[in-house]
Design a protein around this ligand. Sequence first.
Ligand SMILES: Cc1cc2nc3c(=O)[nH]c(=O)nc-3n(C[C@H](O)[C@H](O)[C@H](O)COP(=O)(O)OP(=O)(O)OC[C@H]3O[C@@H](n4cnc5c(N)ncnc54)[C@H](O)[C@@H]3O)c2cc1C
Length: 480
Amino acid sequence: MLNKHSTLLWLRRDLRLDDNAALYKALKQSQKVCAVFVFDRDILDLLPANDRRVTFIWQSVHALQQAFSLQGGRLFVLHGKASELIPTLAEHLGVDCVVAAEDYEPNAIRRDDVVNLALTAKGIAFSLVKDQVIFAKDEVLSQKKTPLTVFTPYKNAWLKTVNSFYLSPYPIASYYDRLWQPDLNIEEASSLNQMGFIEQSLLVQAGEAGAAIAWQDFIKRMDGYKAYRDFPAVKGVSYLSVHLRFGTLSIRKLAAEAWQRGGEGAATWLSELIWREFYMQFLWHHPTVSNQAYKVEWRDQPWGNRQDWFEAWCEGRTGYPIVDAAMRQLNQTGFMHNRLRMIVAAFLIKDLDINWQWGEAYFAQQLLDFELSSNNGGWQWAASTGCDAAQPFRIFNPILQSQKFDPEGKFIRKYVPELAALSSTDIHAPWDLTPMMRQAAGLVLGKDYPLPIVKHDAARKLALEKYEMIKNKLSSARAE
Ligand SMILES: Cc1cc2nc3c(=O)[nH]c(=O)nc-3n(C[C@H](O)[C@H](O)[C@H](O)COP(=O)(O)OP(=O)(O)OC[C@H]3O[C@@H](n4cnc5c(N)ncnc54)[C@H](O)[C@@H]3O)c2cc1C
């Protein structure tokens, strides 16, 4: 309904025109709509100059600026504190409403509350709409109308609730004539350098165009997802997480394709999209998990926390080839395959006895697709501290995982070239080779490649003892 004169669309993690829920709401309600993106100093000032995500956002925002301009609209690109700039810009433009897509992270919710207060004081409305998920907050609940903390019942309830209404795209293009190019002189962000960042070379193409190419590439492969998704050397997964993170792709488009397509590949992939929503609603219901274990009994567990082991893990020199290859992939590209995220997380927590929050924080710095809800969910799963977590006594064996999921050692060879001459059988545990075999492969352990920093069998025993101790403490506390 056309009930507003003009609206400012505030883009955050929905960097696209296509099927953009907030843009649709703005266009539908107003005669005139312009847009803004703020490189928010409250977030950016904490990041290093070489942060890859800022490059991804910069490239995506610039492509979007051109797309708005082509359709007769304007996207302002600002650098400063969003909580101050948004109310000021809205006032200068004289709009009667600001529209944005909902964000479910605790800091974003606090920021939006501040902006809401400032806008209200100026007599400007602030409206948030759901865009980044199919179901948010408490749209999917148990039969007793309580939040779900276990994935399978959540997934079943999600699948029961979904229908084509929730998956339909918003018909934005029919309202493009309402896009507006206000004649306002304002200082805009002119370059990454000017904001204190250095442009990084990315392996993924940013923006809506990059997202569309990646999506078309995956549609062809979706049927094989179930069969190939666990093998990091095979192109089995979608690599769409960064586009979902920054909203260069619409979740409705992805979920609709997977839901309608049928078959095991599509159904398994849809489950992964549902995991994403599961963790997002979980974080919204339990924001304190962002800085503590969900399960109270695991909050005060003792940790070894050896700094030198942590550094070896971060840098990919633990002496475990699959762990090192994975960490080097992360450091070099900003991406890590899901199977490897599980392996390196388990290794840090259970083999090295290092607090899962250290690993969570390192991933948060390095991942191009860093998503607080999924990252925290993944780490708390691995640490057995989360809502629907791995059993504490289930300890991944990094050698068996390596043999099973990188059987020919192709992935290891790519990121740990010093082991490239080893055979598919030998590459997973080079310390087991005889000195003659190592010599034949030109490998000196401890010089060309590290000796393992821990022995898995011994570390596993210690981890099990620790968990047994925690379990006993817990049962005696309960008995008292
Ligand atoms: C310790 C750990 C940390 C993680 N940190 C993040 C993170 O910061 N950001 C992030 O997007 N994912 C995270 N994941 C989940 C998963 O590893 C990535 O989503 C996936 O590897 C991205 O690759 P893809 O797009 O090819 O995924 P695909 O396998 O093609 O899956 C499609 C999409 O489903 C979602 N998805 C898949 N697996 C999961 C999952 N286990 N939990 C939640 N959503 C999922 C993602 O949005 C993904 O893009 C983490 C997992 C673990 C174990």
